[in-house]
Design a protein around this ligand. Sequence first.
Ligand SMILES: [Zn+2]
Length: 83
Amino acid sequence: MFCRECGQQVQEDWVVCPKCGIAIDDNERPLSNAEKRRIREEEKIRAKERSSSNTESLAGCIMFPIRVIVGVIFILWFLSKFF
Ligand SMILES: [Zn+2]
């Protein structure tokens, strides 16, 4: 890797550039393929969780009024039978 300040080649475990003395930002380090793959997997899992929770809330939105209607119909049927 290279110092982002002066372009001096530096080792990955160095914390400061020997030429200009600036702190080497570890975040500037290009990601290895394994790291990229891991981040992609995490994003995939997160996207899956998001979509599944969306589906659940959508199902809940649909199911709730249906349950209420079924409950009301059942109560009306029950009342008409006994009164
Ligand atoms: Zn430097």
